[in-house]
Design a protein around this ligand. Structure first.
Ligand code: GCO
Ligand code: MG
Length: 409
């Protein structure tokens, strides 16, 4: 089944997305997501200039060979741009194979291991009343697990907290990338954050009870000892996970955190290969693998990573913000349904314009996501609609401390 065309479509409904569409001589098409927030054009160029010419004429069925060829023939290895480009090809080829087989992708991955993938939603608030309203809105939407992010007294703009929360929770509150020509500077103060957060979770637990699974994203802001301090302080509130508690390029840093706290840890949304996890998984320094299919080389690579994690009783917590396109989200859901060591699936609902461009067959019902039973991954791209939303420069913010030192955002 020869590849006869591969088109890179950059579109910006609600936010920027990079989509690869591969077409075979049989007329079967497959979609892959190559969206990398703030670096979309880099991935688009990597695909157009260096990958598409290599795809034409290849047998679309040979997915493993395509992956190994693209990973090894480039000579330069790993990195978010490269692995997002490889992911786009990989998911598009799995989409094609499943369509050719006339079955949803999860059937090719071993079939369903569960009836649905439990999702978590993002509640946030500038103060407790707003936060409680946001939690209630997400519970009303059916979410059975909630991520909690709040403002911190003395800090002007904090990750994950919308300036204007939509109390009804019916649209995504906080799109991290801002449509501006250069990244915006935000402030930060870790000690103020560490003083404030335990009280927020105490209030949330007393309002919503002990059962509701609660998650929190530290977003790389703490040193290992600060992360240990927070993990320990949050133990009475029984979090489902504390995410990105400290930058983990030095994987051994998590030994110190693990030594001090039993709060479950999730890491990896900024990682892009299994090598980033070697020590974390082998020494069981984390409990959840956070990578997105889109950023980690696709289904082929993500399956290997999650199977490696499964040997150490580590589960999936696949990254699912709005900067993972509906194509990347659908790919995640097929894996979520099939693997044994599923943990939870992040779900930030896309905006209305995005849903005009990407027609999706996945569903969110009573707190669970399901990829649907359409052949393939179950997403179709409306290219005419996509053309109505050209790329717009957009960037994630960055942090500086009060003394001006740049800090992790
Ligand atoms: C999450 C992530 C996001 C990132 C965003 C960057 O847990 O969903 O931390 O909010 O900030 O994906 O593009
Ligand atoms: Mg995160």
């Amino acid at each position: 089944m020869k590849i006869v065309a591969a088109d890179v479509i950059v579109a910006s409904p609600d936010r920027n997305f990079v989509t690869l569409k591969i077409t075979t001589e049989d007329g079967i098409t497959g979609l892959g997501d190559g969206t990398l927030n703030g670096r979309e054009l880099s991935v688009a160029s990597y695909l157009r200039d260096h990958v598409v010419p290599l795809l034409l004429g290849r047998d679309a069925h040979n997915i493993e060979d395509a992956w190994q060829f693209l990973y090894r023939s480039a000579y330069w290895r790993r990195g978010p741009v490269t692995m997002a480009a490889i992911a786009a090809v990989d998911v598009a080829l799995w989409d094609i194979k499943a369509k050719a087989a006339g079955m949803p992708l999860y059937q090719l991955l071993g079939g369903a291991s569960r009836t649905g993938a439990m999702a978590y939603g993002h509640a946030s608030g500038r103060d407790l009343p707003e936060l409680f309203d946001s939690i209630r809105a997400h519970l009303d939407l059916g979410f059975r697990a909630i991520r909690v992010q709040t403002s911190v007294p003395g800090i002007n703009a904090v990750y994950g907290v919308a300036a204007q929360p939509s109390i009804d929770g019916k649209r995504y509150d906080y799109e991290p990338a801002q449509r501006i020509p250069l990244p915006a500077e935000e402030d930060w103060d870790t000690r103020a954050y560490l003083r404030h957060l335990p009280g927020v979770f105490e209030a949330v637990r007393s309002e919503f009870g002990p059962e509701l699974p609660l998650l929190h994203d530290g977003h790389h802001r703490m040193t290992p000892i600060q992360a240990a301090k927070l993990g320990k302080a949050l133990e009475p509130y029984d979090l489902f996970w504390l995410e990105d508690c400290t930058p983990a390029e030095n994987q051994e840093a998590l030994r110190l955190v693990r030594h001090h706290t039993t709060t479950p840890l999730a890491i990896g949304e900024v990682f892009n290969t299994v090598w980033d996890y070697q020590t974390l998984i082998r020494e069981q320094l984390i409990d959840y693998v956070r990578s997105a299919v889109t950023h980690t080389g696709g289904i082929t690579a993500m399956r290997k990573l999650l199977d490696f994690a499964a040997q150490y009783q580590i589960k999936s917590g696949i990254h699912g913000p709005t900067d993972i396109s509906p194509v990347g989200m659908a790919a995640a859901l097929h894996l979520d349904l099939a693997i044994h060591n599923f943990g939870i699936q992040e779900y930030m609902r896309h905006g209305e314009l995005t849903n005009q461009v990407f027609r999706q067959s996945f569903t969110f019902t009573d707190g669970y996501l399901h990829p649907g039973t359409q052949p393939g991954i179950g997403v179709e791209l409306d290219e005419e609609a996509a053309a109505r939303f050209p790329y717009q420069p957009a960037y994630l913010p960055f942090n500086r401390l009060k003394d001006g030192t740049v800090h992790d955002w």
